[in-house]
Write a protein that binds this ligand. Structure first.
Ligand SMILES: NC(=O)c1ccc[n+]([C@@H]2O[C@H](COP(=O)([O-])OP(=O)(O)OC[C@H]3O[C@@H](n4cnc5c(N)ncnc54)[C@H](O)[C@@H]3O)[C@@H](O)[C@H]2O)c1
Length: 665
């Protein structure tokens, strides 16, 4: 059977042979054994409903074994033999080009070159699932191959509930991941209901088929580091020769040195795990590898004197640097931290003065001692940072729960009011007011032909559209425009494409819409093939996350999720090809609601109508909410949009004088 026939077949008619697990695969962590005996039986019963009863006996034993060994039923046997990767859209068997675009994006998320645990259908973040098992994958691809533009496929946490009649203007696919009754949204609820096979953790772009590899994180980190320097440097002064000190060279944190190089500073990233540091060095993501303090001091002084742009990985504990640089009086301009403090007791954060190996032993054998050591280190870590900030260092929390865990450890990180932290987070200080409140967020696209030349052409189109917009844009957003023009012009040089031919840039509603319209025109003129638009969920409107995306909302509404829900509904009837809404992602199950979309541009007039309507709402929904929360920059942005768009009427807040309230209670 050829590729198209295999896709159209769905679950094979003959039971495929059991496979051995590929030796070179990166297996997902073994999950918690959380189900009771009866629940395990229910999990097997649930899994077997995908298959004919004649296979049940053989499969029941195998699935029970998977559940026992890995805590989940992945149905490894059903993983297809063909190569899974983003192909040219024309290679997919489909009656609907929109459905073919979805197949391409799904396969990209499962491509072994892109996905973290491809055998377990996990794209990133350890648990960011595309589907729960291979039967769901096979069925979804079959449905997509047979559907028309008058049907919609509904996915419940990876499970295809089925194709329902709809219309040409409806989305082709509706995705929900991890939607729970709120009282059942604790981390162990995920363990249990995922093991039962009735829900999954979609992270952000994993379960919505919009992951594009490390490029997204590099761009976001670059924007953050650049703007951190802007906050503290006099206008016109560059970050060259100035220090950005941070920790972590892991999954996301590994982007920091590359981002620092693009931002043009000296980046020092401490990493306790020699292997992680060496890997980033070999990949060319960090320039210099150093494993002793004297060598680090010498190299940093040399870089400062020469106003160098360089990134240095220090193999060791971050606290060593904060403390020693204080003694040596080396000025750190910008400081942050990307150790994994969202999981502090299982190896997310390593204590000082104990070797990496000994720490790992303590985690396994003496967890209480390990916890004590971590908390002691956090107190020292914060104390050393405080000494630097007293001398003028700008420190921000990178959404990794550093301040939260430091405060729990009794470190000196609380503000005078004993409610807030001393330091702001990257969204509160940087991404929120400088980007999200103006509508700038991580817009992205994928060239569905798979041709690098198409990506080059779209880069050129995007750069010239942004250049044109910048000429008439207000002072308030000039810097954001300039940063993104620089990014897109250098994008090819930065060699960030992994898997599909994809690009990301931060743009506002006007930028996203005009770039997309220009792509659509180029497709109509036959200059490029179809393009899939999307975005990261870490954006203006799609995500309600009180400690991250919406942490700079101060009217008390940051614990609500109305914005994310409106966004997914609003996008769905304005022309999205698919929409998604997830519980969990980044900061954890029960901690965030996040949504996204995908949209196929095929060069038609209909696509132009859709993109204009949907992208306008997809950004302005969040600006309106941020403006109602009294965020100054968002009030500016939404007023400007209302002047340009007579059909937009947004409720604006009236501001109250502090004195009036101070006198009340
Ligand atoms: N990059 C972003 O834009 C972004 C945004 C939001 C949140 N975050 C957060 O950043 C954190 C890191 O994410 P990741 O994917 O890189 O995790 P990761 O676990 O892959 O990497 C963290 C690294 O820190 C190292 N480390 C731990 N303790 C250390 C110490 N004391 N000194 C030096 N190194 C130490 C670990 O060895 C590990 O390699 C997470 O909490 C994530 O949620 C990142």
């Amino acid at each position: 059977m050829n590729f198209k026939e295999q896709i159209a077949q769905g679950i094979p008619t003959e039971l495929p042979k059991k496979k051995t697990y590929p030796a070179d695969a990166n297996r997902a962590p073994k999950r918690k054994d959380i189900l009771s005996k009866e629940e395990k039986q229910l999990a097997i019963r649930n899994a077997l409903r995908y298959f004919d009863a004649s296979w049940h006996e053989e499969l029941a034993a195998e699935f029970a074994e998977e559940l026992k060994e890995y805590g989940r039923i992945y149905m490894y046997r059903f993983k297809p033999a063909y190569k899974i990767h983003a192909r040219d859209i024309a290679e997919y068997p489909a009656k609907s080009t929109q459905a073919a675009a979805l197949m391409l994006m799904i396969q990209n998320n499962l491509d072994p070159a892109v996905a973290q645990h491809p055998e377990e259908l996990i794209t990133y973040g350890g648990n960011g699932a595309v589907f729960q098992n291979w039967a769901q994958y096979l069925l979804v691809m079959e449905y997509l191959s047979m559907m028309t533009d008058e049907q919609t496929l509904h996915l419940y946490s990876g499970h295809p509930m089925g194709l329902f009649p709809s219309s040409k203007n409806a989305p082709r696919v509706i995705v929900t991941n991890g939607m729970m009754i709120p009282n059942y949204s604790q981390p162990d609820d995920w363990e249990k209901f995922n093991a039962l096979g009735v829900t999954q953790y979609g992270q952000m772009t994993a379960g919505s088929f919009m992951y594009i590899g490390p490029q997204g994180i590099v761009h976001g980190t670059t924007i953050t580091v650049m703007n951190a320097f802007r906050k503290i440097l006099p206008k016109g002064e560059t970050p060259a020769g100035k220090i950005f000190l941070t920790a972590g060279l892991g999954g996301m944190s590994g982007a920091q040195p590359k981002a620092g190089n693009i931002a043009g500073c000296i980046t020092i990233a401490a990493e306790v795990n020699r292997k992680a540091a060496t890997k980033r060095h070999q990949q060319g993501w960090v320039d210099v590898l150093i494993d002793n303090m004297d060598a680090l001091l010498a190299r940093v002084k040399q870089a400062q004197a020469a106003h160098e742009v360089v990134s240095i990985a220090y193999i060791g504990n971050i606290v060593e640097i904060w403390e020693r640089f204080d003694v040596e009086d080396i000025h750190i301009h910008v400081g942050s931290d990307q150790t994994s403090l969202h999981i502090p007791w299982t190896g997310g954060y390593y204590p000082i003065d104990i070797s990496y190996e000994e720490s790992n032993r303590l985690i396994r054998e003496e967890p209480a001692v390990f916890k004590e050591k971590v908390q002691e280190t956090l107190r020292r870590h914060a104390a050393a940072i405080n000494k630097h900030t007293a001398k003028g260092t700008y420190f921000f929390d990178y959404g990794n729960a550093f301040l939260l865990e430091a405060s729990r450890a009794g470190a000196d990180v609380m503000a005078e009011n004993a409610i807030d932290f001393k330091y702001a987070s990257y969204v509160q200080d940087i991404l929120g007011p400088m980007c999200f409140d103006y509508g700038f967020g991580p817009f992205r696209w994928v060239c569905a032909s798979g041709k690098p030349e198409d990506l080059d052409a779209t880069d050129d189109i995007a750069a010239s559209v942004l250049q044109e917009i910048m000429e008439n844009s207000p002072e308030e957003i000039q810097l954001q425009m300039q940063d993104n023009i620089t990014w897109i012009k250098d994008a090819k040089k930065n060699k960030m494409v992994v898997g599909s031919q994809a690009r990301i840039l931060y743009a506002d509603a006007e930028g996203r819409s005009k770039i997309a319209a220009a792509f659509n025109n180029a497709i109509a003129a036959g200059k490029i093939g179809p393009v899939v638009l999307g975005r990261d969920h870490h954006d203006v409107s799609g995500t309600d996350s009180p400690y991250r995306e919406t942490s700079n909302i101060y009217d008390g509404s940051k614990f609500t999720a109305d914005m994310a829900i409106h966004n997914v509904i609003g996008d769905s009837f304005r022309g999205a090809t698919w929409v998604s809404i997830h519980n969990g992602g980044g900061v954890g199950w029960g901690e965030v609601m996040n949504g996204g979309f995908g949209m196929l541009l095929d060069g038609t007039k209909e696509a132009e109508v859709r993109l204009k309507s949907m992208l306008f709402y997809d950004v302005n929904n969040g600006i309106a909410r941020r403006s109602w929360a009294r965020n100054e920059e968002a009030i500016f942005a939404i007023k400007r949009e209302m002047e340009r768009s007579p059909n937009l009427k947004v409720t604006l807040p009236n501001l109250v004088k502090d004195q009036l309230l101070n006198d009340l209670f």
